[in-house]
Design a protein around this ligand. Structure first.
Ligand code: ADP
Ligand code: AMP
Length: 213
């Protein structure tokens, strides 16, 4: 199964993508996680991405598309994958459609996790991320067992720089301008599935599983 997660920053794409990956035994591929791992490792790719991410802007398509297409051509992706945070622009979506078509493949679903802007700032200001393993928590809705420490790998949790309220507003504006049009793009492709992302995490997941089967 091949699917992409759509939704505003903080809508719960990552939270649900991890659960989907575990249930359907497919890799969870988050472009944001790949960029953050590269920043942490001090690579050239990370250096390119950092300034855009810190300002709440998108990393240019020239950098992002090649990186993602390269990732999904690896062996572990042969049986499918769930993409989280990609595509974020129409050119990214078109490149993905084209690359898949050239191998006689196509996406099965685009799952849109719908959450209104009013809920997003609370979600983001409470998000705590592990830069070690990519796990995500929320100080109220999904707290780690020990405050500030990752349950999975024991690293210290951080508030991402781009989750600070002023950057979140910028990211929401970028989302509405560049990413929201993908909802119509995938509707036209006939693979759009919509879920109400304001429900609790378990209910959102149940709704997704009903669609994916
Ligand atoms: P995204 O990947 O779309 O940016 P995340 O999955 O990281 O979003 O979720 C953003 C924050 O909101 C995280 O702190 C997460 O724990 C929390 N969260 C995710 N889904 C829900 C939900 N259904 N209800 C409440 N909080 C949620
Ligand atoms: P995320 O972890 O998905 O919230 O992404 C964090 C940041 O990484 C975004 O605000 C962008 O700056 C960058 N990013 C992640 N995925 C993409 C993408 N597909 N295209 C452009 N920028 C991206």
């Amino acid at each position: 199964m091949k699917l992409v997660m759509l939704g505003a920053p903080g809508a719960g794409k990552g939270t649900q993508a991890k659960r989907i990956a575990a249930k359907y035994q497919i890799p969870h591929i988050s472009t944001g996680d790949i960029f953050r791992a590269n920043i942490k490792a001090g690579t050239e790719l990370g250096m390119k991405a950092k300034s855009y991410m810190d300002q709440g802007q998108l990393v240019p398509d020239e950098v992002t598309i090649g990186m993602l297409l390269d990732r999904i051509s690896q062996d572990d992706c042969a049986g499918g994958y769930v993409l989280d945070g990609f595509p974020r622009t129409i050119p990214q979506a078109e490149s993905l459609t084209k690359a898949l078509a050239s191998r006689g493949e196509k996406l099965d679903y685009a799952v849109n996790v719908d959450v209104p802007d009013e809920n997003i700032v609370t979600r983001m200001s409470g998000r705590r991320a592990c830069l070690g393993c990519g796990a995500t928590y929320h100080i109220v809705y999904n707290a780690p067992k020990k405050e500030g420490i990752c349950d999975v790998c024991g690293e210290k949790l951080v508030l991402r720089d781009d989750d600070k309220p002023e950057t979140v507003q910028k990211r929401l504006a970028v989302y509405h301008d560049q990413t929201q049009p993908l909802i119509d793009y995938y509707k036209q492709e006939g693979i759009l599935a919509e879920v109400d992302g304001t429900q609790d995490m378990d209910k959102v997941f149940q709704d997704i599983v009903k669609i994916l089967g």
